[in-house]
Design a protein around this ligand. Structure first.
Ligand code: NAD
Length: 498
């Protein structure tokens, strides 16, 4: 697949068929009211298909199916090794359908098909495999007691997990939630973002083929204010895992308070700082990774390093390097393997990004980019854009833009850099570039972020938790810690004759 040409991808896209119904109780079904919404390719403006627009009645049907399956126990009470076998099969099926899954995400939200085929879709298979392999290696606990008492501390599945995901990594976000939740024995009702529901629906098909029992994995495409709200307010959803914006994360916490007090796990926005110290020995690599950190996935990455703090002595040299690198990230057709950046997800997001850029022209120095462009006369694209000398209080330095826009801010001292980096409502990720080991530890300790990458950006793996601090939320995806969200601790205390 890595050697697929532009023509190969276009030919595959032309013959692709789309799952466009909800998946409830093991069957693909229309929304109860028959409503559908357009699924639009932002690279062309073409309507790919019309997808079932689920509302409260459909969400309720999915939750009922999920509860029934949970209570039946075919999955929830199956031996961990049985769930493992099924989820390993799902990982294999994802690998067997890699090109199709990659195309679905690329067409749906504009990301480069090559990235989807080499990062997102293989990542999905890897995470399902990782949780499948983990689940029969986790032990419960026995508490210390006196003779005559046996106190078991068991981890039990919470029940019905509601999962609400964003559009920037559609397949991976669906995977990060459902792989761990399913492995732990829960039933899942997933609501993908309305901009990008197609890969989640394909995932449902593959999960059924792998042997996930009917009702255990359900997908309800629809809008936030309808399907998302119905899931958040549902009285029989035991836990709600959310990834998306900070504003909507707060709304989900309100839904919980207004309904059944379900635990809500928000994983939300970011404005991640990247600190370049003048003792960094490899400025070329630092610049390359800084460019990747902001321009990968069109900057539509929650942990994008959108604030670049550079020590004043090296700032101009570093910005020159960044401008040269930005030139290589010019947008192109997402299906063309030579393109370095794809299309912006939709018109609203493009307008939002351009709004920040237009305001920034007056408040900071535009180094490069700054224009909305088309490719072959069509599509929604924004040039890789760098602003220099951005004031600390400028919206460019404070708001999550969620586009290919980098704000450069000079600093003089380590204390000043850390203080500015931490002066944000967000705390998702941060990066530090230095050859001084003591400084690396000191700054990593001082930064308020869920992940601090030293001499790299955006470090993540299945083995390490991913999530934020402050208003980046407190849920954690990935790693064994993800099971904390999807299991409840249960004490079973047994008295016996010693
Ligand atoms: P969003 O908050 O607009 O939407 C996320 C999901 O919530 C979608 O499924 C949407 O339909 C639903 N939703 C929206 N309004 C709702 C409402 N009123 N009630 C119920 N559901 C509602 O976010 P987005 O634009 O899809 O994604 C971008 C955001 O996601 C960015 O802020 C980004 O930082 C964040 N994100 C965070 C992480 C992380 O791990 N922390 C990962 C990826 C993306």
């Amino acid at each position: 697949m890595l050697d697929f040409t532009h023509d190969d991808w276009k030919a595959r896209a032309a013959t692709l068929t789309f799952r466009n119904q909800a998946f409830i109780g093991g069957r693909f079904v229309d929304a109860a009211d028959g409503d559908r919404f357009d699924c639009i390719n932002p690279a062309t403006g073409a309507v790919l298909t019309r997808v079932a627009s689920c509302k409260a009645a459909d969400v309720d049907a999915a939750v009922v199916a999920a509860r029934k399956a949970f209570d039946a126990g075919h999955w929830s009470r199956a031996a961990p090794g049985e769930r493992k076998t099924v989820l390993l099969r799902l990982a294999d099926l994802i690998r067997a359908n890699l090109a199709e899954l990659a195309l679905l995400d690329s067409l749906d939200m504009g990301k480069l098909v090559t990235d989807a085929a080499t990062i997102d879709a293989p990542g999905s298979a890897h995470f399902f495999q990782w949780y499948a392999e983990a689940v029969d290696k986790i032990y419960d606990e026995v508490a210390p007691t006196g003779p005559g008492d046996l106190a078991l501390i068991r981890r039990v599945p919470v029940g019905v997990v509601g999962a609400v995901t964003p559009w920037n990594f559609p397949l991976d976000m669906a995977t990060w939630k459902s792989a761990a939740a399913l492995a732990a024995g829960n039933s899942v009702v997933l609501k993908p973002a309305e901009q990008s529901p197609l890969s989640a629906l394909k995932l449902a098909e593959l999960a059924a083929e792998a042997g996930v029992p009917d009702g255990v994995f359900n997908v309800v495409p629809g809008f936030g204010e309808t399907a998302g709200q119905a899931l958040g307010l549902h009285m029989d959803v035991d836990c709600l895992a959310f990834t998306g914006s900070t504003a909507v994360g707060k709304v989900f916490m309100q839904y919980a308070g207004r309904s059944n007090m379900k635990p809500v796990w928000p994983e939300t926005g970011g404005k991640s700082p990247n600190l370049i110290f003048d003792d960094c020995g490899n400025l070329e690599q630092a610049a390359e990774m800084a460019a990747f950190g902001i321009f990968f996935n069109q900057g539509e990455t929650c942990s994008a390093n959108s604030r670049l703090y550079v020590q004043r002595e090296i700032k101009d040299v570093f910005v020159d390097k960044m401008a040269a690198l930005a030139a290589s990230y010019q947008p192109g057709d997402p299906l063309d393997p030579t393109s370095k950046m794809g299309a912006i997800v939709d018109k609203a997001q493009t307008e939002r990004i351009m709004g920040f850029i237009e305001a920034g022209r007056d408040s900071a120095n535009l180094v490069c980019g700054g224009r909305q462009v088309t490719v072959s006369g069509q599509g929604l694209y924004v040039e890789p854009t760098i602003f220099d000398d951005v004031a600390h209080g400028d919206p460019l330095a404070r708001e999550e833009i969620f586009g290919p826009v980098l704000s450069v801010i000079p600093f003089d001292t380590e204390e000043e850099a850390v203080a500015m980096a931490n002066d944000s409502v967000y705390g998702l990720a941060a990066s530090v570039w230095t050859d001084d080991l003591s400084r690396a530890h000191r700054v990593a300790d001082a930064l308020h972020a869920g992940t601090v990458s030293v001499n790299t950006v955006d470090a993540l793996s299945a083995q390490t938790p991913f999530g934020g601090m402050k208003q980046s939320g407190f849920g954690r995806d990935l790693s064994l810690h993800s099971f904390d969200k999807y299991t409840a601790l249960k004490t079973i205390w047994i008295k016996y004759r010693p």
